[in-house]
Design a protein around this ligand. Sequence first.
Ligand code: ATP
Length: 252
Amino acid sequence: MTFTITDLRVTIRGNEILRGVDLGLRKGQVHGIAGESGSGKTMTGLAVLGLLPSGAVASGRVELEGRDLLGLPDKELNRVRGNEIAMVFQDPATSLHPMLSVGRQLTEHMRGHLGLGRAEARERAVELLAKVRIPGPAEALTRYPHQFSGGMRQRIAIAVALACDPQVLIADEPTTALDVTVQAGILRLLRGLCDDLGLGVLLITHDLGVMSAIADQVSVMRSGLVVESGSRDTVLREPAHPYTRSLLEALP
Ligand SMILES: Nc1ncnc2c1ncn2[C@@H]1O[C@H](COP(=O)(O)OP(=O)(O)OP(=O)(O)O)[C@@H](O)[C@H]1O
């Protein structure tokens, strides 16, 4: 799997929000994007999926397996979204529908995108819930999101994201809304998915503690640019850029 972002620029009504972002992600790797609020982390994830706010104009290249996603027609991009690249957000409610059972959310996705039959889709849904460690996965299919805790809901949102077997998962502050102990479980899960499935995870977080727990590579963003990038240990232990140093010094 090769996934590279080259010179990604996003402009909204004359404001340059991303000013030439370069990033790479490999199979089985967690690449963390750090940086303060407003630095463009979320916008980078949204641009990759073609989900920019109206009025936004993107340029540059977002290449998955040699194909430039920025140039794809809507219909093809829709296929890439979910099938090849999926996203989870800070609040699992963003990905989950409150009125639909967990089973329905998992299977509709698979039936629509993968063309699976009802029984096959159900079987795969049970497997996915087991993979994200939901206790009693078969029974969980009949329940609704509000019947689960926040951490369990985020696990279910991850299962929905994985339903069509993507190569890349963009996780935008996936643990920020959760208690510290629950956070650790979700981070272990993401790490395990990378290691076991060979998934590439782009992990967006302002939290350098989260970053140091699971990232292989770290990129630090500031005002729409990546100012420093490298292996986790190099970036977090021997930061070259003064901005990275100031982020590290600001840690409690
Ligand atoms: N819909 C929008 N229209 C115009 N500008 C926007 C819009 N959404 C975000 N921005 C601007 O884009 C910039 C980057 O925002 P982005 O959400 O990517 O930052 P971030 O690093 O993810 O921060 P946070 O951690 O707060 O989510 C900010 O300056 C923000 O004000």
